[in-house]
Design a protein around this ligand. Structure first.
Ligand code: HEC
Ligand code: HEC
Length: 310
């Protein structure tokens, strides 16, 4: 009797299609509707109006044609960008902006990596930071005011409930402000510890600069300074986005730091709340351990010391 169905090919096709569909529904669609499939990270917050407006600009300008927003769980990626991406991070991202092409670096952990000022200047002129950059300049976003009406319709489409004040609060901000606000919120719901575990903070081996006063080192240090530090610390270390290196305030307190503290700050970078010699950092100084050899870091320090004598 059971064999009869095998002699009715059309019936057999229909019955097997139904059985396969039931299987698909049970194993695929039902789990898709359960809350566990839509995790939200505990400290993930919905975008503010300004951040959402920035996200719209990111999409409009096609930034995701050159930038991804997802770190894969591979050691090399985690070392370069930080903790790999978690499903829960994207709960408010409609649509996802993961992208698939990295002409520029991944941006999944860009939030908090640099101070706001860095982004304003970099968007205005990427070549001022990296001579070879092929990223377009976005200086023209400055002064283009945001249209609250336009943003309201985007919010309605996304079902984000914002109050009238939150929307009118956007007046006075321009597209550049929005894009920078968006940059600073990407990826911050995940703690940054993972990158630190892969790449532990390194202590200086020498207490004093072995290349102090060496004219060759000072020359090399000047070159390195101009290529890597000047965009933030200004010409002659007078300060700009980052603090002055030529004054007597270091990490917001009076009095110089020792050579090995300089080394550690340059090699490891700083993060908010990090303590160096009893002084609390605010963050924003990138790590140079991947770009610079030890002797290069010491050379930059030799050069900075000459600026301080001026
Ligand atoms: C033609 C490709 C291209 C486009 C389009 C592009 N970028 Fe870039 N971007 C790059 C490259 C290359 C770099 C690395 C050099 C540099 O920093 O200028 C970069 C660097 C960056 C950085 C610094 C990343 C880091 O970790 O140092 C940010 C932030 C950034 N881009 C944001 C954007 C945003 C936002 C847009 C859209 C408004 C955009 N980019 C459009 C190519 C692009
Ligand atoms: C993206 C911008 C940026 C770049 C590039 C940068 N710095 Fe910094 N730097 C900062 C910021 C911001 C601080 C303040 C750190 C904090 O509060 O955590 C800082 C702090 C420092 C300090 C502590 C001194 C003080 O006055 O507080 C030293 C030393 C320093 N940087 C050296 C360098 C050197 C050398 C380079 C180049 C190899 C460099 N920095 C590149 C942004 C930058």
């Amino acid at each position: 009797m059971a064999g009869a169905i095998y002699r009715k090919p059309i019936m057999f096709a229909i019955v097997s299609a139904i059985v396969i569909l039931i299987g698909t529904a049970v194993t695929m669609f039902i789990p898709m509707l359960t809350p566990q499939m839509h995790p939200k990270l505990e400290n993930l917050k919905p975008f503010t109006t300004l951040q959402l407006a920035g996200r719209d600009i990111y999409q409009r300008e096609g930034c995701n044609n050159c930038h991804t927003q997802t770190v894969r769980p591979l050691k090399t990626e985690v070392m370069r960008y930080g903790e790999y991406s978690k499903a829960g991070e994207f709960a408010y991202d409609h649509p996802f902006l993961w992208g698939s092409k990295r002409t520029g670096p991944d941006l999944a952990r860009i939030g908090g990596k640099y101070p706001d000022m860095w982004h304003y200047k970099h968007f205005a002129d990427p070549r001022a930071f990296f001579a070879e950059s092929n990223m377009p300049s976005y200086g023209w976003l400055k002064g283009r005011s945001l249209d609250p009406k336009d943003i309201k319709s985007h919010m309605d489409a996304l079902d984000f409930p914002y109050s009238a004040e939150e929307i009118t609060g956007l007046s006075g901000k321009d597209e550049m402000d929005a894009l920078v606000a968006y940059m600073q919120v990407i990826g911050i719901a995940v703690t940054k510890t993972a990158a630190a575990e892969v790449k532990p903070r390194v202590k200086a081996e020498e207490a004093e600069n072995p290349l102090a006063g060496d004219p060759k080192a000072i020359e090399l240090g000047e070159e390195l300074y101009e290529a890597n530090c000047e965009m933030c610390h200004g010409e002659d270390g007078k300060g700009d986005i980052g603090p002055s290196l030529a004054d007597n305030i270091f990490l917001y307190e009076e009095d110089d730091l020792a050579d090995d503290d300089y080394f550690e700050i340059i090699n490891n970078g700083t993060s908010e709340g990090m303590v160096e010699e009893g002084r609390t950092a605010k963050g924003g100084m990138p790590s140079f351990s991947d770009q610079m050899q030890k002797n290069e870091i010491w050379s930059v320090i030799s050069y900075i010391r000459t600026l301080q004598k001026k």
